[in-house]
Structures are given as structure tokens and as C-alpha cells.
Ligand binder design. Sequence first.
Ligand SMILES: Nc1ncnc2c1ncn2[C@@H]1O[C@H](COP(=O)(O)OP(=O)(O)O)[C@@H](O)[C@H]1O
Length: 365
Amino acid sequence: MKIGIIGGSFDPFHLGHKRIINETISKLNLDKMLIMPTKHNPWKDDCVANDKQRIDMIHLTMEGNKQYEISRIELDNPTNEKNYTIDTIKTLKQLYPSDELYFIMGMDQASQFDKWKCAQEISQEVQLVAFGRVGYQINENINTYHFKFIETKETDESSTALKKGKRNVVDKKVLMYAFRHGLYLENFVRKYMSKKRFDHTCSVAKLARKFANCNGVDGTKAYIAGMLHDIAKEMDRDEEMHLMKEYYPQFVLKPRPIYHQWLSTYLAKKDFYIEDEAILQAITNHTTASMEMSKLDMCVYCADKLDPLRGYDSSKQIALCKEDILEGFKGELVNFYNFSKEKNRDIDECFFDVYQKYCKGDCNE
Ligand SMILES: Nc1ncnc2c1ncn2[C@@H]1O[C@H](COP(=O)(O)OP(=O)(O)O)[C@@H](O)[C@H]1O
């Protein structure tokens, strides 16, 4: 059998990977392609997605292709030492003693291949295959290590491009999966707001996750709601009014500064494919709160109010929220009430019902 192997961090697996895999299979007439997520790439920072998530994203992209298999050789390597390709190749040679092995990589790696551990030995054990990659020149390694160079239309999909907020480098199913698992959100949310608000957003998301984890609530959901809670806050005013009239006409008469709790929910669904009702509700309830606050809603509400980047000492309230989010939430309602009275600020009427229910009424759920 002719077997291809492609290793990578696949964080995430993108359309460039899919293209070079499909081209190799057809041009070299391969029977099978092993896609091998690496455990730890000595040249790269840590992965954002975990092993299962990276594999799920490979399957989502490669759906319909029957010739690929995931190889867990590197992931399951029990040592905590760095993985070197030569060791993996030796394992593969034992697993496939009488097959032809083709080891595939992009020119970014092939042009540095002389620095790999046991480069010469690798090139004798397997047939190396290289693909051109935008921004990387072909060099003498191609001849020295007997690479098969596959002529192709070079495209510049990369994991880095995705992390810079470019959406179309991955399959849409991967993007949906990633956002719904809270992956790479920072890279995209950044584009919706100023630097100051972005820093606040990240800080809220992490604090909300902490509150959630301490209170037996899903931390990933809290993180996602935190990351998306303010995405509509800097929306153009005309667009904001247009969307309010179209989707939330019942709230158009509410004060303008609270529109974003509904419009961020709208964008979370439209731009980030969030469908989880609990997450959407936490975004909707983050500014004014509501009569039906879940614990998740409370985590996001309190994290937003207590974000240390707001510049006052909120450490006591933060400690209370970690211990008991309901008590922390009640405390925040009281603080908001006292603060607004003190500053003679208008309080939206809906607040009083919430205040009454949670702070004056008998509310111990
Ligand atoms: N657009 C592309 N063109 C050619 N080769 C690519 C492309 N994207 C990735 N590769 C190759 O796929 C392998 C795995 O890449 P990986 O490290 O997971 O992704 P990336 O390099 O995009 O961060 C590497 O050998 C890399 O050179």
C-alpha cells in the first residue's frame, strides 16, 4: 500500500490541509492518508484547542473522504519529552513494514528540514513530499533530501490566518464548532470593539468562567457569554436602531445604552452561530438582569460589574461570588441601587421588580 502521512498541530485543521491531502492522494495515487496531530511541536506555542477538539475539527473538514485515518501515534506517546519525527517514523515503519510511506509537509517546514533531528535518516526511511506555500521559497533541501515537490496552486490558508480573524480559511462547520466550544473567540471578537473594551471583554469572560467553575456551572458557557456580551456595544447608531426596530420592537423605548444586551445576543447568533439558549440568555441578561436569572446569568452579570479593569477594588465581592453566586448577585443589585440613588441616576423600571424579587423577597433558589 502507498500511505501518506501528514503531521501538524492542526489548531485548527484548515482548508489548506484538506487541499494538500486531497492533491497528494490523487497525484501520488495513495491508498491511505494518516493525519497525525502532534502532541507538542517543539517550534510552536501551545495549542488552543485540546486533542479531542482538534480531531473533531479534522473529521468535520474531511467528512466524505474515505481514505484518511487519524493516527494517534504522537498523541498517545507516553513520554512527556518532545516528540521528534524520526521516532514517529520508526514506529510507523514497524506498523507498516512492507508499505511505501510518503511524508508530507509544506514549504515552510521543508525549507527548514535540514534543522530537523536525523534529517538524513528520515529521508532514507520515507519518501518526503513538499508543497509550495505562500511566503516560502524552494531551497536546496528539496534536492538534498530527495523531496517530491508537488506543483500546485499555492493558497495562503493557515492556522495563523484564522487566529488573525480570517474566517474563510476553515470549513464553516469548523468555525461553528470552534465558536460553540469557545475556541479562537478572542481573535474574532477583537474586531468588534476598541482595545479598551476588548480588554474588558476578555477579563469579564475569564472572571465569569471562574465564578461558574466555583459554583458548579458550565465554565465554557460562561466564558462564551462573557466574550460575546458586549459585541454590539460599539455598533453604528443607525444600524442599531434599524435592528432594534426589526428584531426587538418591544424594547425600542428602552434607554439606548441597554440596547446592546439584545443586539449582542443577535450578533452571537448571527456571526458566532451560538444556539445554546442558556448562553444567549446570559448575554441578554447581562446589563439589566431579569426576573428569571439562572446561575450562569448571574456569573456573567457579576463578572461584568466586578471586572477588576473597571478600576475599583472589587476583591471582596469577587470572593463572595466565588463562594456563592446568588449572594454575590444580590450584593451587586444592592450596590447598583445604592450607587444610582447616590448619583441621582435614573433606574429603569424593570430593575425594581428584579431588586424586589432577589433582595427583598424570599429568593433562595
Ligand atoms: N496552505 C498550505 N499550503 C501548503 N502546506 C500547508 C498549508 N497549510 C499547512 N501546510 C502544511 O501542513 C502541515 C501541518 O501544518 P500545521 O502546523 O498544523 O498548520 P499551520 O502551518 O497552518 O499552522 C505542515 O507541514 C504545513 O507546512
